[in-house]
Design a protein around this ligand. Structure first.
Ligand SMILES: Nc1ncnc2c1ncn2[C@@H]1O[C@H](COP(=O)(O)OP(=O)(O)OP(=O)(O)O)[C@@H](O)[C@H]1O
Ligand SMILES: [Mg+2]
Length: 296
């Protein structure tokens, strides 16, 4: 049975079509990531599933049942913004939501231990990492079958993000099905069994990270860092290039011939190259290939 089965889902806000006919299947027990830039429609899709936001047309089944108030109990949801009350302690928040969701009070103790949460601290005194963990714990109060996380690590520093990823990894090992939205390709690659790449209200590709990366085509990516000049000429010769401050990612067919040519172009123009590496393509390269632009 599929945890989620979505067919031809359309949703508009007034005249604006935010979801243009989404088809998506999430298998039981997998971590499934919705990866896409701002405005792709990730939160809209999640709010339809988890908040009962209305939609124009389409079919949605959750573990075989049509999406309804009855299936709400199967879904735990951690929204993009924290839903904890600042002036209450961690424990008080968990108790409040346990009562609201009619979940057993013992779960509060268990979750405090499971997520190493400081029970007596007021939420306003928590670091962002702990706030995110509390938000996740609240979603687990009634042990849902399907956990939906909207940008679970947005705004976290690298160590807190890794801790949160470990927590999500443990949930997956415990057999939970997880749907998460992210615009960090590292997050999708680190956590997801399968990824749907979304752009402007459509799903443009679905597969395992490996399958998707093979869509980027044969070849590799040359990554150059330094004080770079002559990047325009590189882009003319190698159109599959993403430029960021002090950084170029260039997708090439054959790195052996491309590498010396790229170095030549950059050095001739007066660049100071700090590092240059040949890498495997990432999901961002796939996105670039499919849409012609970077993820952020
Ligand atoms: N309540 C709303 N009313 C009108 N338009 C909306 C509303 N919510 C979202 N939109 C529009 O729908 C599109 C999809 O937005 P959505 O929030 O689903 O994207 P997202 O992929 O979650 O983006 P982000 O990465 O920024 O969270 C955007 O163009 C957004 O402006
Ligand atoms: Mg969003």
């Amino acid at each position: 049975m599929k945890a989620l089965d979505i067919k031809r889902l359309r949703k508009s806000y007034g005249d604006f079509l935010a979801l243009k006919g989404i088809d998506l299947e999430v298998n039981e027990g997998e971590v499934f990531a919705l990866l896409g830039p701002n405005g792709a429609g990730k939160t809209t899709l999640i709010r339809i599933l988890a908040e009962g936001l209305g939609y124009d047309s389409g079919e949605i089944r959750v573990f075989g049942e049509p999406l309804s108030k009855k299936t709400a109990r199967l879904i735990g949801y951690a929204p993009q913004e924290s839903i904890a009350y600042d002036l209450l302690t961690v424990e008080e928040n968990l108790r409040f939501y346990a009562d609201l969701y009619d979940a057993p009070r013992e779960r509060v103790r268990e979750l405090i231990l499971e997520f190493s949460l400081p029970a007596k601290k007021k939420v306003k005194e928590l670091s962002d990492g702990f706030k995110r963990r509390l938000n996740l714990a609240i979603a687990l109060l009634y042990e849902p079958e399907l956990l939906i996380l909207d940008e679970p690590s947005a705004g976290l520093d690298v160590p807190s993000r890794r801790e949160l990823w470990e927590a999500i990894g443990r949930l997956r090992e415990g057999g939970k099905t997880i749907l998460l939205a992210t615009h960090y390709m590292e997050e999708a690659e680190a956590l997801a069994d399968r990824v749907a790449i979304m752009n402007e209200g459509t799903v443009i590709a679905v597969g395992t990270p490996e399958e998707l990366k093979s869509l980027a085509g044969e070849g590799s990516v040359i990554h150059v860092e330094g004080i770079l000049r002559g990047t325009e000429r590189v882009k003319e010769e190698f159109p599959r290039t993403i430029e960021r401050e002090d950084e170029l990612r260039i997708a090439v067919e054959d790195s052996k011939t491309a590498l010396p040519r790229i170095v030549e172009l950059l050095v001739e123009a007066g660049s100071k190259i700090r590092t240059i590496r040949v890498e495997e393509p990432t999901l961002e390269d796939v996105f670039l290939k499919l849409t012609g632009r970077g993820l952020e």
